[in-house]
Design a protein around this ligand. Structure first.
Ligand code: NAD
Ligand code: WQD
Length: 338
């Protein structure tokens, strides 16, 4: 299939491009590079074709465009006979979304509207959307797709709830359209080559990139946000999932798409506390991570992990890589990434 991957130069998008290409699909990337670099496209080619990048030119095409720009997006739809869209492009920093809510609502909602409008106009009826476990709010773990969603604590989370709603309503009005809403838990890790991974700008907000920067000596110590949660050791529990497992989840979601709206949790089903993750990283890589316990971070919940059984039942997908592999691959990328 020929797939438009918006945000394909970003963290999850780039790994998914690798998985799509390896599964034999052709990829059109649309990214404005607001949080990524064009070199990532060359690295994707390098991984897939093991050094012979020239052969990849007809397999992956890159457009540096903003996917809120309807005219630019329409050119892509008219230039290529697309079979489907995977929509990763979005702004994702929770704290920044509180400071700049309009930028988040505009970017994340207008992009979803423009892309679904073009899909309907050009008869592209497969759409896979990057949603998030954040839509569950502070629910009871494990989070199941059928649960009633509780309020999110920030504009970023609301853009995911609203995008899910927009796509669900679009389906009701257009029954030939098919959408998969993939609710990711906490993506970490990197491609085993160490060529692509997560390289946040400035000081990382997320735990794993913070830990790898402490390991590298770029940051002095980890601040653990609270040890008085009702969890195994008092620190926050999350469902960390290797980004390559997540990437594979997109390929199977696309391959199995049928009419209607389909919601899937993409997680491991395993909860890991902050201190358990620190210990796993130390043991896997033989590096000590100094840390101090500080106050809870506003907006955090105690525990978040998936009931991942629907994806296993319906898509025959399970996350294969364990926390050790996540720690090894995250660290390999940090060391190689200049
Ligand atoms: P990322 O920032 O690495 O990738 C997003 C990409 O989209 C970037 O390359 C950025 O340049 C591009 N982009 C943003 N707005 C754009 C626009 N208007 N036009 C064109 N390109 C645009 O983020 P990621 O971690 O790869 O996340 C991908 C998607 O998954 C996002 O929608 C995010 O909200 C969602 N998600 C991420 C996580 C996570 O923890 N990483 C968890 C759940 C959901
Ligand atoms: C994980 C745990 C922190 C940093 C966020 C978004 C969510 C989704 C994934 C997009 C928590 C603790 C963290 C640190 C710490 N993104 N922590 N010290 O908050 O679960 O999810 O990313 O959809 O929407 O909210 O991920 O990696 O920030 O935190 O102690 O320096 O690590 O308190 O318990 P989170 P995270």
């Amino acid at each position: 299939m020929q797939i438009l991957v918006t945000g394909g130069a970003g963290y999850i998008g780039s790994h998914t491009c690798v998985a799509l290409l390896e599964a034999g699909h052709t990829v059109i990337v649309a990214d404005n590079l607001c949080n990524s670099k064009a070199e990532t496209i060359d690295k994707i080619k390098q991984i897939v074709n093991q050094g012979n990048e020239a052969n990849m030119d007809n397999k992956i095409t890159f457009y540096k465009i903003d996917v809120t720009d309807e005219v630019a997006v329409e050119k892509v739809f008219s230039n290529h006979k697309l079979d489907g869209v995977i929509h990763f492009a979005g702004l994702k920093a929770v704290g920044e979304s509180v400071e700049k809510p309009l930028a988040y609502y505009y970017n994340n909602l207008v992009s979803t509207i423009v892309l679904s409008k073009m899909c309907l106009k050009y008869g592209v009826n497969k759409f896979v959307f990057s949603s998030s476990a954040t839509v569950y709010g502070d629910n009871t773990v494990p989070f199941v797709e059928t649960m009633q969603l509780l309020p999110t604590t920030n504009p970023y989370g609301e853009t995911k709830v609203m995008s899910e709603r927009i796509l669900t309503d679009a389906i009701k009005a257009n029954p030939d359209f098919s959408v998969s809403l993939l609710r990711y838990f906490n993506p970490v890790g990197a491609h085993e080559s160490g060529l692509i991974g997560e390289a946040p700008n400035g000081i990382p907000n997320n735990l794993m990139p913070y830990v790898t920067q402490v390991a590298k000596g770029k940051l002095e110590k980890l601040r653990v946000f609270g040890n008085d949660y009702p969890t195994v050791d008092g620190t926050g529990v999350r469902d960390y999932i290797h980004v390559m497992d997540l990437a594979d989840g997109h390929v199977v979601a696309l391959d199995n798409l049928s009419n209607g709206v389909h919601i899937y949790n993409l997680g491991t089903g395993q909860g890991t506390s902050v201190l358990q993750l620190v210990k796993a990283f130390e043991e896997a890589n033989g590096i000590e991570i100094p840390y101090e316990i500080v106050d809870r971070r506003p907006g955090d919940i105690a525990s978040c992990y998936a009931d991942a059984s629907k994806a296993e039942r319906k898509l025959k997908w399970i996350a294969k890589r364990d926390i050790v592999e996540m720690c090894l691959d995250s660290w390999r990328f940090e060391q190689q990434n200049k």
